[in-house]
Design a protein around this ligand. Structure first.
Ligand SMILES: [Fe+2]
Length: 353
């Protein structure tokens, strides 16, 4: 009797194996689990374990007798008896970066190109599509290529152009410091699209920074500042005639493995900081340092969107801003969408390619 077995140097618990039994009694043909994990006997023992041509055969002992074959590939893929590694697929970029570019026509015609475009967004947090027809509303067609629009109080899509009484500074021609959008929502929209319909005669330069890169630089150069921004929470707020949104979060979120997973920065909508009294002065210093890195040429790239250009970016990673005041008419349309849809579409495309 064993409650642990070993395969290619990796240990597996009897209960874990029983829980992941692939037989038709335990798994529906759609792959979903049929039994209740929490109702399995915790002390279930293995009576026999042998290698076969198709996989590892396991027989559990009475009174919970059961039998299954685990494919070797499954065991290798799910082996958990090893140290956790950094599984982030993000490739960080700085001031020298050239946006990956894809042609709209190729992306709609060729599934392989579409996958490369979505993979680039996953890897770099951003990619540019060129040649998107400049009819209003085309941005929604682009979202349909990979997911679903995230509708908000700004509508299905929003217009970025000069308005007479703007409810948001985005609808004025003035420069905007680098930011992520809508940190006052919960959950925050994870993807943003901006489509240029009419380019300004002058100015209207877009600035972009990889927030993960900037946060990594801060971690290297000032670990104490990084620690403050990734532990203390601050509030963000947006209020208009028909909305009152607020949400609290960290400017930098780090997962238990130490990987940076989200950035939340927005000067316009940050509410009065409420970090602890003892940390307040240091928090301001840390914020100043991070923003200085974000705005520096080490991190920031600038570009002018041409008519028909559309940038798709991760709104919890890539910060965007407007560098130079736009002169003359400039018209962009924007909308939000979510990363899970993009990842799912990419995974399905990968399956078929
Ligand atoms: Fe924005």
């Amino acid at each position: 009797m064993q409650d642990i077995i070993e395969f290619e140097g990796y240990r597996f618990h009897s209960l874990w194996l029983r829980d992941n039994c692939p037989c038709s009694e335990c798994r529906h043909e759609n792959g979903q689990r049929l039994h209740e994990t929490w109702q399995l006997p915790a002390d279930i023992q293995i009576e026999e374990c042998s290698e076969t041509e198709t996989g590892l055969k396991i027989r559990w002992a009475a009174p919970h007798s059961h039998e299954a074959i685990f494919s070797y590939e499954f065991l290798r893929r799910h082996a958990y008896d090893k140290p956790h590694t950094n599984d982030s697929t993000a490739a960080l970029w700085g001031g020298e970066f050239n946006l990956p570019e894809f042609g709209y026509q190729q992306v709609i015609r060729d599934a392989k190109q579409r996958l490369e475009w979505l993979d680039a967004v996953e890897k770099y947090g951003i990619a540019r599509l060129t040649g998107v027809p400049t009819q209003p509303g085309m941005i929604l067609k682009v979202v349909e290529l990979f997911g679903f629009v995230r509708e908000t109080n700004y509508g299905t899509l929003f217009e970025v152009r000069t308005e007479e009484k703007p409810q948001n500074l985005a609808y004025t021609p003035i420069p905007l410091s680098l930011h992520t959008d809508n940190p006052y929502r919960n959950p925050v929209p994870t993807l943003q699209l901006l489509h240029c319909l009419i380019k300004a005669e002058q100015g209207g330069v877009t600035a972009l920074t990889d927030g993960f890169k900037a946060a990594e630089l801060l971690r290297e150069e000032d670990p104490a500042a990084f620690a403050l921004l990734s532990t203390e929470t601050v509030s963000f707020r947006f209020s208009s005639a028909d909305a009152d949104l607020r949400h609290q979060g960290r400017m930098i979120t780090v997962n238990p493995q130490g990987n940076i997973t989200n950035i939340r920065i927005n000067n316009r909508s940050a509410a009065p900081f409420q970090v602890s009294f003892d940390n307040m002065a240091d928090y301001y210093r840390a914020y100043h340092k991070l923003m200085t890195i974000i705005q520096s040429d080490r991190c920031k790239i600038t570009l002018t969107l041409d008519e028909g250009d559309l940038v798709l970016f991760d709104n919890e990673r890539v910060l965007h801003g407007r560098e130079v005041q736009a002169i003359g008419t400039r018209h962009l349309q924007g909308c939000y969408a979510d990363r899970d849809g993009l990842r799912s579409t990419a995974a399905v495309l990968r399956r078929n390619n």
